[in-house]
Design a protein around this ligand. Structure first.
Ligand code: DC
Length: 213
């Protein structure tokens, strides 16, 4: 706990359910919530719309420094093509550094926050009060994402979603800048066989243990 704020770091691979879990955790503990993937997705969406090359570090870090609330709530952020472009952009150090300041500011705003992403426990908030690493099998993650996108009326196939998730995980885990990796002090939460309510119960228990300690 820093300056009376609480920080909960939630990391994990694509479609692991960390977003839903983090939003519910934030509500449970009365904290702010920041979906850090949406920052990378917003930079990607603007790049795709404005024909900015996905390796143009200067232009993209400028975009990262001026994200509006409108783009951060654009429903197109959830499209698979935007996730793929976000994963490519996420390997650029200047973009990560620009977004790092924004993320830390949000974490330090009272009463504190749940942040979910790939490098929250390792880079963004290494001093977080609690760290969770949420995962599930690739098949289960693809199935959940497939159903989510179908329910939103998107024209997708399970096979395409599965392939996209595997590609993104490989890229996010192997990049040199802040790769997806479980922090040594993070609690592993495998939700392959857990529904959201049971995953939430497990996460609330871990957070309560850590806050009491
Ligand atoms: O969590 P998500 O699937 O919405 O994230 C989209 C991409 O953004 C992900 O493939 C990698 C990148 N990302 C990142 O590099 N670091 C974060 N903290 C969050 C997301």
């Amino acid at each position: 706990m820093t300056n009376n704020t609480i920080t909960i770091a939630v990391d994990g691979p694509a479609a692991s359910g960390k977003g839903t879990l983090s939003r519910r955790l934030a509500r449970h503990f009365g904290l702010n919530y920041l979906d850090t993937g949406s920052l990378y997705r917003a930079v990607a969406l603007i790049a795709l719309n404005d024909n900015i090359l996905l390796d143009d570090e200067t232009a993209l870090s400028h975009v990262a420094g001026s994200l509006s609330d409108d783009v951060l709530s654009d429903p197109r952020l959830r499209e698979p093509g935007v996730g793929e472009a976000a994963s490519k952009i996420a390997s650029l150090i200047p973009v990560r550094e620009t977004l790092l300041r924004y993320q830390r500011d949000r974490a330090e705003t009272a009463p504190g926050a749940v942040l979910d992403g790939r490098d929250i426990g390792t880079v963004v908030c290494p001093e977080a009060d609690v760290k969770l690493f949420v995962t599930a099998s690739s098949e289960v993650r693809a199935e959940r994402r497939y159903k989510e996108l179908l329910s939103k009326g998107q024209d997708v196939t399970y096979d395409d979603i599965f392939a996209e998730i595997e590609r993104r995980d490989a890229r996010d885990s192997s990049r040199s800048a802040a790769p997806l990796i479980k922090a040594v002090d993070a609690h592993l939460l495998d939700t392959t066989n857990l529904d959201i309510e049971r995953a939430l119960d497990a996460a609330v228990y871990l957070v309560n243990q850590a806050i009491k300690a």
